[in-house]
Design a protein around this ligand. Structure first.
Ligand code: FAD
Length: 383
C-alpha cells in the first residue's frame, strides 16, 4: 500500500511505524516541513493512565520510551503560598524534541523515509497514493482548505498562554496559581529532564490586558513572569524557545475523511494541554487507524469509515473533558479568590466531572477528609 503522510509529529510517525512493522511491503513516506532537529516547546506529559494504554497497545514502544521518561507519583496544587500535594495522580514526562528524536529513529529503522525540510502545500505534490494522512497539526491547511468536507469547527478560547521552560527541576507536576494586582497567574510546570522543566504560564484574557502584555517585548514579558513566580522559580531563569502568547483553538471535525484523505492527531481535534493528553490522543488515533486498515484488509474506503466509528466514542469522552477543563481555567480568578486552598485543590481534581468524591477518596484520602470537614454534605451525597 502506498501511504503518504503530512507531518512528522507523534501521530504521523506512530501510524507509519505501526503499519510498516506489521507489513514491511508498505511504501510509506512522511513529509515534514521543519528540519530534523527543530521543534517548538519543551516537555510533554503522559498520565499513568495514558501510559497504561500505550503499554496495552504496544509493549515494544512502551519499553523503548519509558527509560527516557521522568516520572512522579503525585501532583501539587499551589494556591498562593499554600502547597497541596494530591496523591494518586501519576505522571511521566519527556522533552518533546527527545520524544520526536526517539520516534524518528524508531521509524527510520523500519525503513520509512522521513523527508525533512519538505513543506507540502498541495496534494498534487504527493503524487498518487492509496492513502493520504493529514497529520500536520492543529493548523493543518489540508483540513482548513476542506473544512466543508470535514465539517470543521474551531472554537478559539479566550485565555492566553505562553509555553516557557526553566532550569529549575520541579519535583512533581505542579499547578501554581498566584494572585497579582493584574489578576491570577497560573503556571503549569513539571520536570522533563534532570535540569529542565516546562513552565507554561496561563492567564485570563482580562489579566493579560491589565498586565499590559500586548505592549511588552519578549524580554519584558519574561521579566514580568519571573517576578510573578519568583517564589517558585527560586532564582532560576525562565527560558524561551520560539515562545509567544497564544489562545487555544478547540478543534473538532464531524467527518474525519473524504476519498482517500484522512485527518489524524491535532489536525483532527485538539485537547487542551491542562489534561495532558494531546500526545496520547494523537498516538491512540494512529492505533485506531492502523487497526481499522488491518480489519478491512487495507480497503481504504471501508477502513476510514470504520476508523471514525471505532475511535469517535473514546475520543469524544476525553475531548469533552478537555473542554470542561478549559472552562475551569477560564474562571481561575474567581476560583482562587473565593475558595480556600483545600476547596481549590478539590475543585481542580473534580473539575472535569470525571472524578467523583469516591474517586478522590481512593486517590487521596487526606484531601477527601479535609474537604469533608469543610463540606460535610458531600459525604451523604456520595453514598
Ligand atoms: C502549549 C502546548 C502544550 C502542550 N502540552 C502537552 C502535554 O503536556 N502533553 C501532551 O501530551 N500534549 C501536549 N500538547 C499537545 C501536543 O503537543 C500535541 O497534541 C501533539 O503533538 C499532537 O501530535 P500531532 O502529531 O497530531 O501534531 P504535531 O505534533 O503538531 O505535529 C504536526 C507536524 O506537522 C508538521 N507540518 C505542519 N504543516 C506541514 C506541512 N504543510 N507540510 C509538512 N509538514 C507540516 C509540523 O511541522 C509538525 O511537525 C501541548 C500543546 C501545546 C500547544
Amino acid at each position: 500500500m502506498k501511504v503518504r503522510i503530512l507531518g512528522a509529529g507523534p501521530a504521523g510517525l506512530y501510524l507509519a511505524a505501526l503499519m510498516k512493522r506489521d507489513d514491511p511491503s508498505h511504501d510509506i513516506e512522511i513529509f515534514e516541513r521543519s528540519p530534523r532537529n527543530a521543534t517548538w516547546g519543551f516537555g510533554v506529559v503522559f498520565s499513568d493512565r495514558a501510559l497504561e494504554f500505550l503499554k496495552a497497545d504496544d509493549q515494544a514502544l512502551f519499553d523503548y520510551l519509558t527509560p527516557h521518561l521522568e516520572t512522579w507519583p503525585e501532583i501539587t496544587v499551589v494556591h498562593n503560598d499554600t502547597k497541596i500535594p494530591v496523591a494518586g495522580n501519576g505522571f511521566s514526562s519527556i522533552g518533546r524534541l527527545e520524544l520526536l528524536t526517539l520516534l524518528y529513529a524508531y521509524v527510520e529503522k523500519l525503513g520509512i523515509k522521513i523527508n525533512f525540510d519538505s513543506e507540502i502545500k498541495s496534494l498534487d505534490q504527493l503524487g498518487d497514493a492509496d492513502l493520504v494522512v493529514g497529520a500536520n497539526g492543529a493548523f493543518s491547511w489540508l483540513r482548513d482548505e476542506n473544512k466543508e468536507k470535514f465539517g470543521t469547527t474551531i472554537d478559539w478560547r479566550p485565555n492566553r498562554f505562553i509555553w516557557y521552560g526553566t532550569t529549575k527541576a520541579f519535583n512533581s507536576l505542579t499547578l501554581t496559581f498566584r494572585e497579582t494586582d493584574a489578576g491570577v497567574f497560573c503556571a503549569h510546570h513539571y520536570r522533563y529532564q534532570p535540569d529542565r522543566s516546562t513552565f507554561l504560564v496561563e492567564v485570563e484574557d482580562a489579566t493579560w490586558h491589565r498586565a499590559g502584555f500586548e505592549h511588552m517585548s519578549p524580554e519584558e514579558t519574561i521579566k514580568y513572569c519571573e517576578q510573578v513566580f519568583a517564589k517558585d522559580l527560586e532564582g532560576h531563569p525562565i527560558i524561551t524557545n520560539n515562545s509567544h502568547w497564544r489562545q487555544f483553538p478547540a478543534i473538532w471535525n464531524e467527518r474525519w475523511s473524504f476519498d482517500n484523505v484522512v485527518l489524524l492527531g491535532d489536525s483532527l481535534r485538539t485537547a487542551h494541554f491542562s489534561i495532558g493528553s494531546g500526545t496520547r490522543l494523537a498516538m491512540e488515533d494512529s492505533v485506531a487507524l492502523f487497526k481499522a486498515l488491518k480489519e478491512h484488509k487495507n480497503n481504504v474506503k471501508a477502513a476510514l469509515a470504520y476508523f471514525q466509528e471505532l475511535r469517535n466514542p473514546p475520543m469524544k469522552k476525553i475531548w469533552d473533558a478537555a473542554n470542561v477543563s478549559i472552562r475551569w481555567y477560564e474562571e481561575m480568578d474567581k476560583l482562587v479568590k473565593e475558595l480556600t486552598p483545600v476547596e481549590f485543590a478539590y475543585s481542580y481534581m473534580t473539575r472535569t466531572g470525571r472524578v467523583s468524591h469516591e474517586e478522590v477518596k481512593k486517590r487521596d484520602p487526606k484531601l477527601a477528609q479535609d474537604y469533608e470537614k469543610l463540606h460535610p454534605e458531600v459525604v451523604t451525597q456520595s453514598v
